[in-house]
Design a protein around this ligand. Structure first.
Ligand SMILES: *Cc1c(COP(=O)(O)O)cnc(C)c1O
Length: 392
């Protein structure tokens, strides 16, 4: 049965299961010590799931911090009534100061000069802004070099900012056999110790992403920053059985046309697929314009009426063709399971991502704005569309 979309029928949609999100938060929370906080990254529209709905559900489930990449993402959340703590993970510029103060946001600082300017700004405005100092322990993306103890201490000494956090980010935590993670942890620990000795250790030290959180409790410190695991996807590729995380997102489409294709005929742009027998072909409404991977022609499958249907040839912008020769009862309007099937594991997001040489993060963040967003919350499916920025 197709969900109710209100007045306007929709050919493609994603279902976002907020109950699963809340379950995943509880599950991860139970891996942590009582005092360890949890930050949920909701950057990139909550990894494509809709940052407003995800933030609300996460706050209800007891998340301590939200994380975004850019200032504007944090401001958008504030403007839609989210008043939880928000840490901006990208670097802070002087031009951000006024909005940080106005919206009560927490920046990441990665150089003394900007921190000093922020402290001066706070003095003039008679306020104290909490900050987190980011340390580069080996990712080489953002942060102060792990041996620049003096710069970090100078920031801690500034009179008008409050150094609440110290953090770093792993480059290889999803590769358990890679020694770089331990090296980064040692470098981070050295910085933490150095500050501790000087009685400057910030209250919230944090370094763990999802992979580190799941694999190693010694990375937890005072907070973990778990993104992909909270969204229910396996960051490592081997832990689905050990950690009962439930996928939050499902991608669904509908059958729009049916035809017979004769032996020897080509299908879709470029005729990369040529029928080796007479076959029954369904055209479904999902295309790369919806964020469905185009990739190589004739890769992957969808499920219709609980049965697999292989994709034939190139995925188009607004459609693709699938083999329904073995699904004789298929009808126009049938629901199509594209990603994260209810019955089949073969279209899990991890399998889909692997097939397209990418990661689940890229698949979900590509979900296009024109996809309708349906939310499941407390067992009920609703067209709670206003809760996604994509449709505000
Ligand atoms: C996105 C992000 C995370 C979350 O990583 P996951 O692998 O999704 O858990 C953690 N920390 C920082 C700095 C990030 O940018």
């Amino acid at each position: 049965m197709l969900p109710n979309f209100g007045e306007i029928p929709r050919p493609n949609w994603i279902e976002i299961n907020l109950d699963n999100l809340q379950n995943n938060i509880c599950f991860i929370r139970n891996l942590l010590s009582e005092k360890t906080k949890m930050l949920l990254p909701v950057k990139a529209d909550a990894y494509g799931h809709g940052s407003l709905a995800i933030s609300k559900a996460a706050i209800e489930a007891g998340i301590d911090f939200l994380g975004v990449a850019h200032l504007f993402e944090a401001v958008a959340l504030r403007e839609h009534g989210i008043d939880a703590r928000i840490l901006i993970l990208g670097p802070c510029l002087e031009s951000d100061f006024a909005l940080l103060l106005k919206h009560n946001l927490t920046p990441s600082l990665q150089d003394f000069e900007t921190a000093k300017k922020l402290s001066d700004f706070c003095k003039i405005n008679n306020c104290r802004i909490p900050i987190h100092i980011q340390i580069d322990t080996g990712m080489h993306r953002f942060g102060i070099h792990y041996e620049d103890f003096e710069d970090v201490k100078k920031i801690c000494d500034l009179p008008n900012v409050e150094v609440e956090g110290l953090y770093s980010h792993f480059a290889t935590a999803d590769m358990p056999e890679n020694a770089a993670t331990d090296i980064q942890l040692v470098r981070f620990e050295r910085m933490v110790k150095e500050l501790e000795v000087s009685k400057m250790r910030p209250p919230i030290c944090h370094i763990a992403n999802s992979s580190a959180t799941l694999l190693s409790s010694k990375t937890h410190y005072n907070m973990v920053r778990t993104g992909i695991a909270v969204y229910g996807y396996d960051p490592i590729g081997k832990i689905q059985d050990r950690f009962p995380l439930k996928p939050v997102l499902k991608l669904r489409s509908t059958v729009r046309a049916l035809r017979n294709v004769s032996h020897g005929e080509g299908v879709s742009y470029g005729h990369y697929f040529v029928a080796k027998k007479n076959m029954r072909v369904a055209t479904i409404a999902i295309g790369y314009g919806d964020g469905y991977m185009r990739g190589e022609p004739s890769k992957g499958e969808v499920f219709i009426r609980g049965k697999p249907a292989a994709i034939l040839g190139r995925v188009c912008m607004d459609a693709c063709m699938v083999d329904v020769s073995e699904i004789p009862d298929v009808r126009i309007g049938d629901m199509v399971e594209c990603i994260n099937g209810d019955l089949s594991k073969d279209i899990s997001i991890e399998a889909f991502a692997k097939e397209h040489n990418t990661i689940s993060y890229e698949i979900t963040t590509r979900m296009a704005r024109r996809l309708y967003r349906l939310y499941q919350y407390k067992g009920k499916l609703t067209g709670w569309n206003l809760l996604s920025f994509s449709h505000v």
